[in-house]
Design a protein around this ligand. Structure first.
Ligand SMILES: Nc1nc2c(ncn2[C@@H]2O[C@H](COP(=O)(O)OP(=O)(O)OP(=O)(O)O)[C@@H](O)[C@H]2O)c(=O)[nH]1
Ligand SMILES: [Mg+2]
Length: 534
């Protein structure tokens, strides 16, 4: 670390007296002229030596070294400056891809990131020195005009230097993944084109396994005693508390303009479940900052429930019960929307014994994010038959309460009874979380997709689908059913269902409670909630 006096010398050497005064909060600087500065003055009178021109290779090597030293922020600054200075080349493009994701619009510097060091500052100062010179030059060339009073702009347009969403969905989501499950789900979303992703974890190691996510999209919430929360939700909560400001700033840099934010976490662990509510708070603040209205219905949570095997640990069952019932309370009282619950146990049973250990989580995650994506992407597309439009999708997302999704492949679809039966069975077996009372649903979306040859040759298919949709409305106690019929390239007839505004999955929560050990300490934040939920 550079000492205060050395820091002063360093700033003076760069001619930034005012910046230094501001930084130190003093009026005047009483500094001896440093030896280095004297030496530099002397050197100026000597004839100038020939300086070797900097090449793209030099820039590449400099960035490589910084990345090896994990100084990502500084590496980004160097890269940004190099592009500004006109350096080009495959290696620099590849750094851009690695450090900033695929978007070329994404040239930003993380101002308060973890590794923000004096060296960072030094680099930023170099950049601003040049900017200062340029500005002075510009000023000299400018025409003098009289001062006019400032206009009171009603809305401030936010310059979007963030990542670009490539999901093709009607709604632009910012995704925050907390803990290992949350991080992996976030990565799975990223691979579907949801580029506005931030993964946070108390364990740096878990973040490093998210190979597809660019480094700037990972944030380590350092705790008091090293990595991981060890299934202690209080630690996850405290870490998110401590880093709330930095996470907020990361959202500013990565998300830019988004319509909604979805926080993903696995119920059962310490980090994701513990940090979840704090992240919801931060997400709401961020949406407010970018001018989104009604933020309570624009921040949702995607929560997974643990498998029965995992619940043999009372801590996991206790954590899952606590976070699930707390989030249900939030969703029921309109503090977030939607609360999407996926049950790992149910998904595990659906795949039976087909999956290897290596395939298990990636397949579960691809199922979860793929199903979610399906509704977003179809609502962005017009159908020649019945469109599930963006306004319908928005209403479903804002309906509050819990949300579940499911899909079913139709073996028979020749008449209305076939389709109705398939939908009925989907609500019983095909939803990716059980224990809900589907009659409590306030709204539902049902989208039928079929290949061209089925669409062209099946007489009465439209009526069959319609009667299936009506069945859904009946079973859900006359929830508003938003419908869609789409022609797709997949050679199957599939019906996707999304129910929302549901009451909590009481049966599933009771099941989790069976595994609980009441001696497990509860976090402060959840204490009252835990008592309330029994
Ligand atoms: N769907 C899904 N669930 C997962 C995945 N990994 C873990 N889980 C579930 O999430 C629960 C919580 O585990 P983690 O996400 O590892 O926990 P954490 O939030 O990192 O918390 P700590 O490890 O205690 O710091 C587990 O009990 C699993 O049920 C995943 O990749 N996908
Ligand atoms: Mg973990």
């Amino acid at each position: 670390m550079r000492g205060r006096k050395n820091l002063q010398k360093h700033y003076v050497r760069h001619g930034f007296d005012q910046i230094l005064k501001d930084d130190l909060g003093v009026q005047d600087l009483i500094i001896e002229k440093p030896e280095e500065a004297k030496r530099e003055e002397k050197q100026e009178t000597k004839p100038k030596q020939k300086v070797k021109k900097r090449t793209a290779t030099d820039v590449h090597l400099e960035i490589k070294k910084l990345v090896e030293e994990k100084k990502y922020s500084l590496a980004r600054s160097v890269l940004q400056k190099a592009f500004k200075d006109g350096f080009k080349g495959k290696r620099l493009d590849s750094w851009r891809q690695k450090l900033m994701g695929s978007s070329t619009k994404n040239l930003w510097i993380r101002p308060h990131s973890k590794e923000s060091s004096l060296e960072n500052k030094e680099q930023e100062l170099k950049v601003s020195k040049e900017e200062l010179k340029e500005k002075t030059k510009e000023k000299e060339e400018m025409v003098d005009i009289p001062d006019l009073p400032d206009f009171d702009d009603e809305t401030v347009e936010i310059e979007d230097k963030s990542l670009v969403d490539e999901s093709g969905g009607a709604v632009v989501f910012g995704i925050v993944g907390a803990g290992q499950a949350g991080g992996r789900l976030a990565e799975s979303f990223y691979n579907l084109g949801y580029k506005k992703v931030l993964a946070v974890n108390t364990a740096e190691h878990d973040l490093s396994t998210l190979a597809d996510l660019p480094e700037p999209q990972k944030f380590v919430m350092t705790g008091e005693d090293g990595g991981g929360a060890g299934k202690d939700m209080r630690k996850g909560e405290a870490a998110a508390d401590k880093h709330q400001q930095e996470i907020y700033e990361s959202m500013q840099q990565l998300f830019g303009k988004v319509d909604r934010i979805l926080v993903c976490a696995g119920g059962g662990g310490g980090t994701g479940a513990g940090a979840c509510l704090r992240l919801v708070e931060t997400a709401k603040k961020y949406l407010q900052y970018i001018g989104v209205t009604d933020v309570n219905s624009k921040v949702g949570v995607l929560l997974t429930l643990p498998t029965a095997g995992e619940c043999s640990s009372p801590t996991i069952a206790n954590n899952a019960h606590l976070i699930a019932s707390t989030l249900c309370e939030y969703a029921e009282s309109g503090k977030l929307s939607p609360l999407i619950i996926f049950d790992n146990d149910k998904i595990k049973k659906m795949y039976g014994k087909k999956l290897t250990v290596r395939q298990f989580w990636p397949t579960v995650n691809a199922t979860v994010t793929g199903l979610f994506h399906m509704f977003n992407v179809l609502s962005a597309q017009a159908s020649d038959f019945t469109s599930f439009d963006p306004a319908d999708y928005s209403r479903v997302l804002s309906a509050g309460g819990c949300m579940i999704m499911g899909m079913t492949t139709l073996k028979a679809y020749q008449n209305g009874t076939d389709v109705s039966e398939a939908i009925r069975s989907n609500l019983e077996k095909g939803l990716l979380c059980g224990g809900f009372d589907v009659a409590t649903a306030k709204a539902a979306s049902c989208i039928a997709t079929a290949p061209s040859h089925v669409i062209d040759s099946t007489a009465g298919l439209m009526e069959s689908f319609e009667s299936g949709f009506d069945t859904l409305a009946n079973i859900t106690g006359n929830a508003t059913v938003f419908r869609g019929i789409y022609e797709v390239s997949k050679d199957k007839v599939v019906v996707y269902t999304m129910l929302t505004g549901l009451g909590r999955p009481q049966k599933r929560l009771t099941e989790l409670k069976k595994f609980q050990d009441n001696k497990v300490k509860k976090s402060k934040l959840y204490e009252d909630q835990g008592e309330k939920n029994g």
